[in-house]
Design a binder for this molecule. Sequence first.
Ligand code: GLC
Ligand code: GLC
Length: 809
Amino acid sequence: MRYGHFDDERKEYVITTPKTPYPWINYLGSERFFGLISHQAGGYCFYRDARLRRILRFRYNNVPADSGGRYFYVRETDGDVWCPSYMPVKSELESFECRHGLGYTRITGKRRGLSVELLAFVPDGVDAEVHQVTLKNESDKPREVTLFSLLEFCLWNAHDDQTNFQRNLSTAEVEIDGSTIYHKHEYRERRNHYAFYTVNEKVAGFDSDRESFLGLYNGFHEPDVVKAGKSRNSVASGWSPIASHSLEVKLAPGESKTLVFLLGYIENPKEEKWEKPGVINKKRAKELIAAFSTPAQVQAAFQKLQARWSGLLSSYKLTSGDEKLNRMVNVWNPYQCMVTFNMSRSASYFESGIGRGMGFRDSNQDLLGFVHLVPERARERIIDIASTQFPDGSAYHQYQPLTKRGNNDVGSGFNDDPLWLILGTAAYIKETGDFGILDEEVPFDNDEKNKASLFEHLKRSFYHVMENLGPHGLPLIGRADWNDCLNLNCFSETPDEPYQTTGNRVGRTAESIFIAGMFVHIGPEYATLAERRGLADEAKKARELVKKMSDTVLEHGWDGDWYLRAYDFFGKKVGSKECEDGQIFIEPQGYCSMAGIGLESGHVKKALDSVKARLDTKYGIVLQQPAYKEYHLELGEISSYPPGYKENAGIFCHNNPWVIIAETLLGRGDQAFDYYKKIAPAYLEDISDVHRTEPYVYSQMIAGRDAVRHGEAKNSWLTGTAAWNFVAVSQHLLGVKPEWDGLSVRPCIGKDIADFTIERRCRGATYKIRVKNQGRGGKVSLKVNGKPVPGHLVPYAPAGSTVDVECEA
Ligand code: GLC
Ligand code: GLC
């Protein structure tokens, strides 16, 4: 069942009912000011950091779901009250439509012939959300309504806001100036920032105190003020500050009216905080308000936003006969990659913006799907991430976006972390050719007194693995590797402690075959970089170490038909036939296969056949089998989940693409594409009632076959799934991949997709690639500008040039 459709022309997903199976959201903003907005206008926004600078309040886990957002109430003269977004009033609408586009959302509701449209977006380079509201009288009678706006402010620190009430309920302050409500909580003390909400017309009234507006015992669906049809002009003092305007709107039949609301964030220099004692300096706010005071200004900013997105997306353009594939590759997958790059794992409808900051591992992987869009921002991100690395090569697992400092609560000790930095950096250099980044002086642990070149950071990443080998010569796992829930040194028996950061048996026996696979896959990138810096001996040494690790995996990490997952604290196998549950895991099959460990000797084929036989389901590949039936002290959180959910045999979409990529290595394009289609959201649109999350973005997890609700997804948006699937589809299935010295063109997508074309921008040149696809499994013949070239590499052309590539595949 569907709840809407794709509008490919406008690059929008169009939701046609407010009653989707879960709130379907979108993101606004691209650099500093970000908003989450659902199809029912729910959600919140923040400046740079969802925890420390939250602007709107949102209650997670609330009932009803998704309440709190940017609300507009329409009150008719006969007392009828409704919202174009349906929520929170839930008056039935004649029509409803929500268009989620790239960086904007347009919600239109119509009742009794009056249509009200909300267009919400964050203009480029501006720290504000525009809410443009257009009322249109489509009936044949004159209409007179009162329009009320409403949003509720968060007291900046989202964690304190939901916990520290003994303080919070006394601290809120506002100022009212004409149609603008200023939210200046804590501005009197250490904060130099405030927010405001304004509208470009003289208001009939306003409210800034929640209780005055709603009534103490009412919810958002029944505000006293709206019922009465008249604002109370309340001025908040303590308690809960809100911003609400009321405007009288009269419309002749056919007439329409557009109002521009602006929710802005302002920072003042310390010495310019005040206009006079107790009165905030509004100069910057007024400039911002003036810049968005007419629909024409809004329109210009909106067009700029759309033009930027068209420009971004033109760096990889597919034309094929499969419209679902086209929309994933051309629009929605790169769009999600941009969002994951910006948010890491901090703020979604499943991540509260409080618990997690930027992940070292996550952000490096996010880069892989984002780097072709805005390489300069990827560069900056690499430096930020590397700055949280420790001198011994290990790394903070997370850091806070506002401060860019490592997060001490989680600390370090996830032994896969360092290697991802090499992968992210290599992807950046391949995309841009910017080897110079390796010479950047980057601090360790943000200590300016202890700096080294980025290359030195990569070197320490590489050797961190080497210096932490276990009894079989395999990498020690530490607190966990990619699988946060495989906690082999944890042994947690106490309910209230975190699994990952509780190490009551820190030992040097638990080893990860997954990290070994990573080392073999990523190590050669380090070796190449060393070589290109003239360090031939270092490169040789690195290659030998990689080779040795590869041999070690075959010797101690092979279980007969697949790669083992790990050795536990006691040296017992994890992910082996010998185990009762958890006999085979997807991660080492994907990663060791991608690394080509035992490719010639047939190990890769065997491992992937085992994946197909044991882990594949109708809805995707599950993480492991059989699911753990009970809690295992020696394995940790993985066994804490009920069978079929999350890491305990859920379909963890993040690692499905590793198997897809590995299948293309074997030339099995049909199988690879089949796996791709099972989890790609556009292909799941028809089963939205089962899948439940947005059909335009990936979710982290789909419940596995052991679960009660097999096929049901959770954790949409913020997941490494986005980046890895983009890598899988763009670089391996469709086969266009930046390498050190040229663009590799080697499609392997099976026979389902007939001929297709790809336009790829790279290093300033444009490659027009026409593929005649007969499903030759990665075997290609190329002509570049009409001349046959051997192999699959198209040498990089000078910036500004256009290269014509014909490919038989
Ligand atoms: C979550 C984390 C990611 C981890 C994965 C598997 O998605 O963000 O870092 O690798 O879970 O546990
Ligand atoms: C839980 C989740 C895992 C996530 C981790 C992050 O363990 O199962 O997916 O990566 O939390 O802290």
